[in-house]
Every structure is written in C-alpha cells, then in structure tokens.
Ligand binder design. Structure first.
Ligand code: ATP
Ligand code: MG
Length: 251
C-alpha cells in the first residue's frame, strides 16, 4: 500500500503546521517531509521560527497555540546549543539516563568511545571542556539509536576549530548510526558542509528548499561558493546577482 511504503521511507512529515504567539503567526502552514537517513539543515534569520519548528516537530510545545499535523518516528533524540548534561550525574550516567541495565551501559561506553571520550565515563560534566560536553551530549543523543536527530545550533557555542572537528565527528557518527537529521544552524557553511538539503525559513514559511549536490564539500570549491552565495542571498545578504542566476541553473 502506498501509505505503508511512505512510512518506510519517511522520517518526518508535517502538514499545515501553524504556531502563533499572541497575534503573531510564527509558523504559517509548514509542510515538511524528510526522508529516512536524510540530513536537512534549516537556516533563517533570527526570530524566523527555526526553534519553534524544531520544538513543534519534537512535540515540546504543548502550551503553544497552533494547528496542523506532525508525524515522527518512534525514536527521536534532541541536541541543543548547551549540552544539558545533569551536573549531579557522571558522564556515562548522563549518556545512559533512562536506560537501565548492563547492556545499555556497555552501549553507552561504546558510543562515548565513538565520540572520543573513552576513559572519561566517570568524569563529572563540569570536568569536561565545552566541546567535550557537546560530544557527550551527542553520545547521549545517539545511544538510543534514534531514527531522527533534532539539533538546534548544537555547535553554536563552540570556537571555530572545535566546531570544524565536530563537523567531522558528526559526519563519521552519521555514517554509523544513520538517523535522519534536522539541524538548525545560523552558519551557511555548516549547512553546506553537512546537509543533503537546506531549507530557508522566512516569516514562518519556507522560502527555499535546496538539494545540495556537491561532489566535494570544500568551502573553496566553486560550486560550494555558489551555493553559499545563493543561501546568503536568500537570507537577505547582498551578493553578486549573476552568481544567483548560475546556481539556480545548477540546482
Ligand atoms: N514562548 C514564546 N513566547 C512568545 N514569543 C515567542 C516564544 N517563543 C518564540 N517566540 C517568538 O517567535 C519568533 C520565532 O522564535 P524562534 O525561537 O523560533 O526563532 P529562531 O528562528 O529560532 O531565532 P534564533 O535564530 O534567534 O534562535 C520570535 O519572534 C520569538 O520572539
Ligand atoms: Mg532558535
């Protein structure tokens, strides 16, 4: 049956999603479909509704006025800008929180090793650097083998070098765990380095839905630069309009 086939290939579906604060419509009829294993980056100006959309998909917005449908898979994980590790639990206990049993602890150890934190299982969160805390948060988000990972600027508070390392790490982790990803970011290059598709949200609606077809994810690459220019233009940053024309042809 078509519906069944769709559910096997779809990780997220929203239909006619509206959310408002007071008389302000922050999400204005969002239809979104993300395929299983697909990596979608969501960019947009500050206040454009990115976190509101992520929270709606995560089902974290019960108190917000709105309508529409959201369908997500059974196992969904979240990562935020701050690690949200519980300060009174050691790193491994944070990672396996809510998952009792020796098998879960073993799996927690394994995922901590994958994020480069082998040997730090018994550390307290405050003993980790900001980057290490985010790596622990990533480990926590992946230990349950999510089918969907929702991330709201997870690298936003990290310095540039740590951020670049985190991009490499995330790519490696995704090759192993293969969840679909919806990543909110301010950083156009981050979106282009990681995503299969970039959505631009503006005034509660998608103004661009762009599939990223890059053989080489190199920021100096000509096609990368064109995508960057197109995305910056869609965010209202002035650029050479001739380049926009070019990229529209290749996308
Ligand atoms: N709980 C709330 N009460 C009232 N208004 C809210 C609330 N949460 C968000 N808003 C408003 O909704 C709009 C969208 O907010 P949202 O947090 O989704 O933006 P964003 O795109 O994530 O921005 P940023 O890039 O700055 O994180 C903003 O104008 C914000 O002020
Ligand atoms: Mg936000």
């Amino acid at each position: 049956m078509a519906t069944h086939a769709r559910e096997l290939t779809t990780a997220v579906r929203t239909a006619g999603l509206h959310r408002s604060f007071g008389d302000r419509d922050v999400l204005d009829g969002i239809d979104l479909e993300i395929a299983r294993g697909e990596f979608v980056a969501l960019i947009g100006r500050s206040g454009s509704g990115k976190s509101t959309l992520l929270r709606a998909v995560a089902g974290l917005d019960d108190s917000v006025a709105g309508s529409g449908e959201v369908w997500v898979p059974e196992r969904v994980s979240l990562v935020f800008q701050d690690s949200r590790l519980l300060p009174w639990l050691r790193v491994l206990d944070n990672v396996v929180l809510g998952q009792p049993g020796a098998a879960a602890r073993e799996r927690g150890r394994q995922v901590l090793a994958e994020v480069g934190l082998a040997g730090r299982e018994r550390a307290w969160p405050h003993e980790l650097s900001g980057g290490e805390q985010q790596r622990a948060a990533l480990a926590r988000s992946l230990v349950s083998e999510p089918q969907l990972l929702l991330a709201d600027e997870p690298f936003g508070a990290l310095d540039a070098l740590t951020r670049i390392r985190m991009h490499g790490l995330l790519r490696t982790l995704l090759r192993v765990h293969r969840p679909a990803v919806l990543l909110v970011t301010h950083d156009v290059d981050e979106a282009l380095l990681l995503a299969d598709r970039v959505l631009v949200i503006d005034d509660g609606r998608f103004s661009l839905d762009l599939r990223i077809d890059l053989a080489d994810r190199n920021p100096a690459d000509r096609d990368f630069v064109r995508y960057r220019e197109l995305l910056l233009a869609s965010l209202g940053v002035d650029i050479d309009t001739a380049s926009i024309h070019d990229i529209q042809e290749i996308s």
